[in-house]
Design a protein around this ligand. Structure first.
Ligand SMILES: Cc1cc2nc3c(=O)[nH]c(=O)nc-3n(C[C@H](O)[C@H](O)[C@H](O)COP(=O)(O)OP(=O)(O)OC[C@H]3O[C@@H](n4cnc5c(N)ncnc54)[C@H](O)[C@@H]3O)c2cc1C
Length: 394
């Protein structure tokens, strides 16, 4: 799959300033998602089954290595195109898009930015080609928002580190080929200055996985605890510099948040699309319910919020592509888009009435899936904290 980077001149077309190639790319991903993912999403959610077959198809389309350059087997597209793909896959199913999100922005991107050339050659082609997916292991049972307060330890023994500890809520847990793990390497300094990032291959002795969490939403994705019991990791699998892992973790999440914003946007767009269709068909009091002003206003509010979320997300992606600081804009995009997803999914369930409350119709799943976007990669409260810190610093 190819798509060119956003032109820097004013050759913008359409309301979002996408080039023709980007519009085509978005449409291609949408058609793929509608054809391959929509028909299986409901069933996978019901069975809480990891979508291996469709992940392979996403890999064939280049969706697992969107940000990975061609030389490592990726599609080598920009962050903007990455979010276009996230939006369209999420429109079909958020359990599929969370795999794309973690693989691209939480695993491939830090390897690209901070990895040695040997680490890039070893892991990126496999991650981009779908040989395996990756996982990002930061959260622990007693540290989530306060991520640097972790307990997992890595102690140096000769040319290895020995890892011990437990990571929680790990997306792709038990399904990944490589785990990007953050552990404390220096207890004599403030935690944020004594954490190191490690690339831990799945076959490493001492690596164990808990049972799949029973979740409210994104039920087809795998979320598990990951246990490290005297896990010996060679020094050459340290990602970046020793004791500088927390910086990697935070920089990685800045980029990831734009992708989660796009996930929320896709869910919100699907909610409005389903609502529009249903409201034209469903009749009450001798009218299609779309004729009632109460519903029309609700749809107008949904569509307006979606437009605003889309503009925030595309702006943050463009800032990242341009190399300008984007942390505040990424948080704003994720915060607004995730609250928009909740607003739209809630409105959609209401518009469907009783049919919104049952699993035979798609909006019930959207309502459940939307919630996670307000929680992972930093809760809405943490996004507000990030935004206000930037404001107060200015
Ligand atoms: C399905 C799922 C998948 C996930 N995938 C991953 C993954 O792949 N890798 C990974 O490392 N983690 C993952 N997570 C973990 C996720 O990032 C954390 O759950 C999230 O960061 C919140 O942490 P916590 O659950 O410990 O909540 P806590 O940090 O305990 O927060 C509890 C509440 O307190 C609020 N709060 C905390 N601090 C403040 C503050 N300073 N000001 C105001 N309010 C505050 C929070 O916003 C929240 O409402 C996943 C979680 C889920 C549910």
């Amino acid at each position: 799959m190819t798509a060119t980077a956003q032109p820097t001149d004013v050759a913008y077309r359409g309301p979002y300033g996408l080039s023709e190639e980007q519009e085509l790319f978005k449409r291609t991903v949408h058609e793929f998602a509608e054809r391959e993912i929509v028909p299986v999403a409901h069933d996978l959610d019901e069975k809480e089954e990891f979508p291996r077959a469709t992940i392979s198809k996403m890999a064939e389309l280049g969706l697992l290595g969107l940000l990975v350059p061609d030389e490592y087997g990726g599609a080598g597209v920009s962050t903007l195109e990455y979010v276009l793909a996230m939006e369209e896959i999420s429109w079909a199913d958020a359990s599929h898009s969370v795999v794309i999100s973690v693989n691209n922005s939480l695993v491939c991107e830090p390897i690209l930015r901070f990895g040695t050339s040997e680490q890039k050659r070893r892991f990126l082609p496999a991650l981009a080609g779908g040989e395996y997916v990756g996982a990002y292991c930061l959260s622990e049972p007693t540290s989530g928002s306060d991520a640097s307060n972790m307990s997992t330890m890595a102690v140096r023994e000769g040319d290895h580190y020995v890892l011990n500890g437990t990571k929680s809520w790990i997306t792709n847990g038990g399904e990944s080929g490589v785990y990007l793990v953050y552990a404390v390497t220096d207890t004599s300094v403030a935690r944020a200055r004594g954490i190191t990032a490690f690339l831990v291959p799945a076959e490493t002795p001492g690596l164990r996985f808990g049972a799949k969490e029973k979740k409210l939403g994104i039920r087809a994705s795998s979320t598990t605890q990951v246990f490290f019991e005297d896990c010996r990791v060679p020094h050459d699998l340290v990602l970046g510099n020793v004791d500088e892992g927390f910086r990697i973790a935070m920089a990685t999440l800045d980029g990831g948040r734009i992708g989660i914003g796009a996930q929320a946007l896709g869910i919100a767009q699907r909610a409005v699309d389903e609502s529009m269709r249903y409201s034209k068909d469903r009749e009450a009091f001798g009218h299609a319910i779309a004729d009632f002003q109460g519903l029309q206003w609700r749809m107008a509010d949904m569509a307006t919020r979606i437009e605003a979320a889309r503009l925030l997300i595309y702006r943050a992606a463009r800032m990242k592509d341009a190399g300008t600081p984007f942390s505040q804009q990424a948080s704003m995009a994720k915060l607004f888009a995730s609250e928009t997803a909740m607003f739209c999914a809630h409105a959609a369930v209401q518009m469907f009435g009783g049919y919104g409350f049952v699993r035979d119709y798609p909006v019930e799943k959207l309502f459940r899936d939307a919630k996670i976007t307000e929680i992972y990669e930093g809760t809405s409260e943490i996004q507000r904290l990030v935004i206000s810190r930037h404001l107060l610093r200015e």
